[in-house]
Design a protein around this ligand. Structure first.
Ligand code: HEM
Length: 139
């Protein structure tokens, strides 16, 4: 049962990260997120706020038990958690009445940076998943 919860959360998180990355693409051309892209980004981000902690908890339980996971998968798991947390925290800080406009611009810069690190680690994590599948089938 717990393995299925873990699988659903992992698949869900990877889809959410893919959506967040796709909706962030307009920024690569040097612009800012707006209109429908921002709306879609916000919808996916709401899901990530719930799914990331759940993925962290179930993943921790499995990681503690599973020494045979490839290193790449275990490292990517931690990077997703840390970078994902920073991605959320930078937006959360912008919502508090504390940072100045300049500081908000900086926070959004670091948000984008942490977001793309999350994307890269999700790719690594998927690679780790494929590698553990291969070892499972060959053993
Ligand atoms: C893989 C995950 C993510 C990536 C790659 C990503 C990337 C980006 C990028 C590149 C921008 C545009 C920054 C700019 O305008 O210069 C942006 C904006 C934004 N993101 Fe994300 N993001 C991710 C996750 C999230 C999450 C989890 C949240 C909310 C908790 C979120 C909320 C926002 C908001 C509110 C904006 C608009 C900021 C503004 O310009 O006013 N994003 N994101």
């Amino acid at each position: 049962m717990s393995i299925w919860i873990d699988r659903v959360l992992t698949a869900g998180l990877l889809v959410i990260i893919a959506l967040l990355t796709i909706t962030a693409i307009p920024v690569i051309g040097g612009g800012h997120l707006e209109g429908r892209w921002l709306l879609a980004h916000m919808m996916a981000s709401g899901a990530m706020v719930f799914v990331l902690p759940a993925f962290g908890i179930t993943g921790l339980v499995r990681a503690v038990r599973s020494e045979r996971f490839p290193k790449i998968r275990r490292a990517a798991f931690w990077i997703i958690l840390v970078a994902g947390f920073f991605t959320i925290a930078t937006v959360f800080l912008c919502m508090l009445p504390l940072p100045s406009t300049d500081q908000m611009h900086q926070l959004i810069f670091w948000h984008a940076f942490a977001g793309f690190v999350t994307t890269a680690s999700a790719i690594l994590f998927t690679l780790g998943l494929v590698m553990s599948r291969r070892t499972e089938t060959t053993n």
